[in-house]
Structures are given as structure tokens and as C-alpha cells.
Design a protein around this ligand. Structure first.
Ligand SMILES: Nc1ncnc2c1ncn2[C@@H]1O[C@H](COP(=O)(O)OP(=O)(O)O)[C@@H](O)[C@H]1O
Ligand SMILES: [Mg+2]
Length: 274
């Protein structure tokens, strides 16, 4: 993909391999992350999803391979410049400090301001707080918030960072259904209204099916299958990816998965069993 100046605008992961000791965790992974879409990374525990995300965000140096960020090798970029383009919310983002929502959001400006906030930084912080509907609680401490509010505050921090790419590692963990739906609705809005590119590791395949444009299914450190979300939600693909039997049904014109086997094997549903 090229922009009007003829520059590459995407993330290209090329032949990435990673190992911890003798354990190979990523095996020659190749992936192109397209702009202005939500790409969901799915796969069983230990498949390598978090490792891939961390390598793509330059938080982890791979044993082999290259990551091109808008056409540039990230190894040759300053970490500050990468942080102006990629914001990442890690799987274990536990801030135990007693800080206010506003202070948390202002951390997002660090790559731009190095801690000395200018007018433009203050403006971005204000916009992020307003966009995420946090104005009323901006002075509350984050440990006083509900899970859903806290997650919104983290997203506001990432918005303040003002990056094109947003990486999220299991942001729906610990959120109930209502907040999970709210979070995914917000992410869709970020793509539509702010032209963000979102890469999200997620556990719940049905959330991926309903909200992602593309799904990348990983297993054993490799990409098993990638494509349009509705094409990956397929009985054969998912059974192989998760070593588990799936039944695919059609709801509201979209595919959803049922992943508990019926007690009565002859039971019939409205499933699409291709
Ligand atoms: N820092 C580490 N040291 C050793 N092994 C690790 C480390 N991080 C991850 N692993 C291992 O790498 C594999 C892939 O982990 P990860 O990328 O976290 O998978 P996922 O996010 O898909 O659950 C797992 O087997 C995990 O135990
Ligand atoms: Mg993980």
C-alpha cells in the first residue's frame, strides 16, 4: 500500500523467528498488517500472539527477520519515533500507582514531550479524555474505577499518544459482556472516525468474528490461516487452530461459533456444518 507521496503505509512482518533458549516460539512468520482495519490475532495459549505483537512493536528483538514500519526497518528507527507511530497496551498492564485518569492519559504524550507538556500536548490529552467520555472522572484515581472505565482510560492514554497503529493484547480480559461490546464498538469508531489501524489479540473468537475485519489464526508459532474474519470462522480452520470441535452458526447474517459439544451427539441446531 502506498500513500499519495508514494511511501509504504503498513506494517510488514518478514520472516520473523523468535526462541527462548531451545524453545522456538515464532517460526518464520510473515504478515502484512493493512491500514485502517481491525486485525484480530487469535490462537490457543502459547501460540505466540503476544510475542509477535511485542516484536512488531519493537519491544522485543527477534532472533531473525525484519519488521518494516511504513517501509522502514524498525531496527534503524529511534524508539521514540516508533512510539509516535505505534502505541501498545500490553497484556499485563497493571499500574498500581495512585494516579489520576488525567495523569495516566498524559503518559501517552511522553514520546512527544519527554515529560514537559506543551500546549499541543495538553490539547491532545484533553481531546483524548473527551473522546473517551472521561471528562467527569478525569480527576479520579484509576484504582477507583470500574474495569470498563479503567480500560477506557488506558485507551485514552493510547489516543493521546496520537499514533496511527494501536496494538492491544487481550484488552477484553476482565471485562464483562457489556464493557467488552463497548470496547469493541469504540475500536470500530477509532478506525472509522480517526483512521486508526488496530491489531488486537483476543480470546473470544465470537468477538473477533463480530468486530474484526481480518483474523490471523496462529498455532505453534506460525500463522495457520489469515483472511477476512468471516472466512476464518470456519469449522475446519478453527478445529485445527484450537484442537477442539466447533460448530458454526449463523446469527444476524454473521457467523458465530459454538464451542461446547452437545451432550446428545445427534442433537441438531441451526448450525452450518460445512
Ligand atoms: N520471556 C519468556 N521467556 C521464556 N519463554 C517465554 C517468554 N515469553 C513467552 N514465552 C513462551 O513463548 C510461548 C509463546 O508465548 P506468547 O507469545 O505469550 O503466547 P500467547 O500470547 O499466544 O499466549 C509460550 O510457550 C511461552 O511460554
Ligand atoms: Mg498472550
Amino acid at each position: 500500500m502506498l500513500n499519495f507521496k508514494g511511501e509504504q503505509t503498513m506494517i510488514e512482518i518478514k520472516n520473523i523467528s523468535q526462541a527462548y533458549g531451545n524453545t522456538q516460539v515464532l517460526r518464520e512468520v510473515n504478515l502484512i498488517i493493512k491500514e485502517k482495519r481491525i486485525t484480530a490475532l487469535i490462537g490457543a495459549n502459547g501460540a505466540g500472539k503476544s510475542t509477535l505483537l511485542n516484536v512488531a512493536a519493537n519491544l522485543l528483538e527477534p532472533c531473525a527477520g525484519t519488521v518494516l514500519l511504513d517501509g522502514k526497518d524498525i531496527k534503524e528507527m529511534k524508539s521514540q519515533d516508533i512510539a509516535k507511530r505505534i502505541a501498545i497496551l500490553k497484556q499485563t498492564q497493571h499500574l498500581n500507582m495512585r494516579i489520576s485518569v488525567r495523569d495516566l492519559v498524559s503518559f501517552g504524550r511522553y514520546p512527544h514531550s519527554q515529560g514537559r507538556l506543551k500546549d499541543e500536548d495538553e490539547q491532545k490529552i484533553r481531546q483524548a479524555i473527551e473522546y473517551m467520555n472521561l471528562k467527569e472522572i478525569e480527576n479520579k484515581f484509576i484504582d477507583e474505577l470500574s474495569g470498563g472505565q479503567r480500560q477506557r482510560a488506558y485507551i485514552a492514554m493510547i489516543l493521546a499518544q496520537d499514533t496511527k497503529y494501536i496494538f492491544l493484547d487481550e484488552p477484553l480480559n476482565n471485562l464483562d459482556i457489556k464493557y467488552s461490546v463497548e470496547m469493541m464498538t469504540i475500536l470500530r469508531k477509532l478506525v472509522k472516525e480517526l483512521s486508526k489501524t488496530v491489531i488486537i489479540v483476543m480470546h473470544d473468537i465470537n468477538f473477533a468474528a463480530a468486530y474484526a475485519d481480518d483474523i490471523v489464526a496462529m498455532k505453534g508459532g506460525q500463522i495457520m490461516k489469515e483472511g477476512a474474519a468471516q472466512d476464518i470462522i470456519d469449522q475446519t480452520v478453527l478445529t485445527e487452530v484450537f484442537d477442539h470441535e466447533f460448530c458454526i452458526a449463523n446469527v444476524y447474517g454473521k457467523k458465530v461459533c459454538v464451542y461446547f459439544p452437545p451432550e446428545d451427539k445427534s442433537a441438531k441446531g441451526d448450525a452450518i456444518n460445512e
